[in-house]
Write a protein that binds this ligand. Structure first.
Ligand SMILES: *Cc1c(COP(=O)(O)O)cnc(C)c1O
Length: 412
């Protein structure tokens, strides 16, 4: 029997190591923990976010604008940093809208999506002057009333539920029956109502899905989105000025996953931008990304409280867990639980390893941060680091569950 090599995590090269300590934002991990004043914490590396935006700008044609979908990481300091680097911010609630506006994002370049926007939220969005991605016929009526009341025409784009799916996507958010957007076949009727209501039509928003590591699938979805938007534009009450082709760029989380290749995506978008310049002149092409900007720049850091042996297996019990980092525990949309990349951040130079599981302090077997991984032998006081944690971390976790202390977030 020949042993098949186990799939490994994609190599993590974004953080340097010095004297056995992981460096985050240039600071050795123990020093950073002292600066933060507590564990657990999330740390986001400012320089890595800046360089990620630069890599995208270099790989994609200049005609394509970059938007930050801030639900991936709504920490105000992170939103403030990205607002100054990208071309726009996409929000999905009035709460996110406030953070984006406070962060100094240009209201003209903010767009607001979501399947159940309350009348009050729509009123705030119109008053702010942001672009609203319409997702139902009901929203047309609400916006017409709000526009009349405030004396400001609502700026709208139509979020289309396309007639195709994003293949190989971790989370599908378009195609088939969905609560998001308006089915492509009903969009001509919606466009007529937008025109009749006197709303300011600006374009289309298509978002097929998220966490995709297959460049061909992303290119195919972009091509189909473009073709669909072109067909629908014939029914629009005004020229298309804004075409959001979605995003879905994934990052490698689990063993066996490879980094997304941006080269074919850049070539594909250059081709689409050339078509758009001729066939939809004046339309700005937008890509909206969340995790791709921030996911790899963030770590979750938690300290070992106890080291237990149970029937031959090592359990490192740490002071953080699923209440801060639901996705690393495997309970945020994953079908099969797999391990995020994990390290003992103050023993990066260790050469010996043991098989250990990392568990949190919650009284539930779901509180599992690493299952039977090869790690340097760790002791109470050591720092366990979960990589790829800059997106869908603190704000996507049930912090009140079981009454443990809240997590702290820092941008370093
Ligand atoms: C969640 C979401 C995104 C961001 O997805 P990522 O996988 O974080 O890039 C972008 N657009 C819309 C409409 C979303 O709902």
């Amino acid at each position: 029997m020949s042993a098949r090599p186990l799939p490994a995590h994609a190599p993590l090269t974004q953080f340097r190591v010095a004297d056995g300590q992981l460096l985050i934002g240039g600071l050795p991990l123990e020093r950073l923990a002292a600066r933060v004043g507590q564990t657990p914490f999330y740390a986001y590396d400012r320089a890595l976010i800046v360089s990620r935006v630069g890599e995208l700008r270099a790989a994609l044609p200049p005609a394509v604008k970059l938007h930050y979908a801030m639900k991936a990481n709504p920490m105000p300091a992170v939103v403030g940093l990205l607002a100054g680097l990208v071309d726009g911010v996409d929000v999905a609630s009035a709460g996110e809208l406030k953070i984006a506006l406070d962060a100094g994002a240009d209201p003209h370049e903010i767009s607001f999506a979501g399947p159940g926007k309350r009348a009050g939220e729509l009123r705030q969005a119109v008053a702010a002057g942001v672009l609203i991605n319409l997702e139902s016929f009901r929203e047309v009526g609400v916006l017409a009333a709000v526009s009349a009341e405030l004396g400001v025409a609502a700026r709208v784009a139509v979020r289309v539920n396309p007639d195709f799916e994003l293949k190989g996507s971790g989370m599908k958010m378009g195609g088939g029956p969905k609560q998001f957007g308006v089915d492509a076949e009903a969009v001509p009727q919606l466009l007529a109502e937008i025109g009749a209501a006197g709303l300011q039509f600006e374009g289309f928003h298509l978002f097929a899905g998220s966490q995709n590591l297959k460049a061909e699938a992303i290119c195919e979805a972009q091509q189909k989105s473009w073709a669909l938007a072109r067909r629908l534009a014939d029914h629009a009450p005004a020229p298309v000025r804004f075409l959001n082709l979605g995003g879905g760029f994934g990052i490698p989380y689990f063993p066996g996953e490879q980094r997304l290749d941006l080269t074919p995506i850049g070539a594909n978008l250059a081709e689409l931008a050339a078509c758009a310049a001729v066939e939809m002149p004046g339309a700005e092409l937008v890509i909206e990304l969340g995790r791709y900007f921030v996911g790899e720049a963030g770590v979750y850091v938690t300290r070992v409280i106890d080291r237990k042996l149970s029937r031959g297996q090592v359990f490192l019990v740490v002071d953080g867990g699923l209440h801060h980092h639901l996705s690393a525990s495997g309970n945020f949309g994953q079908v099969l639980r797999k391990n995020y990349p994990v390290a003992i951040g103050n023993r990066m130079a260790a050469t010996d390893t043991e098989t250990a599981s990392v568990v949190g302090p919650l009284c539930t077997p779901l509180d599992l941060l690493a299952e039977r991984m090869e790690l340097p032998p760790a002791r109470p006081g050591d720092l366990v680091v979960i990589f790829q944690s800059g997106a869908y971390g603190a704000s996507a976790s049930p912090q009140a569950f079981l009454g443990h202390p809240a997590v702290v977030e820092v941008l370093v």
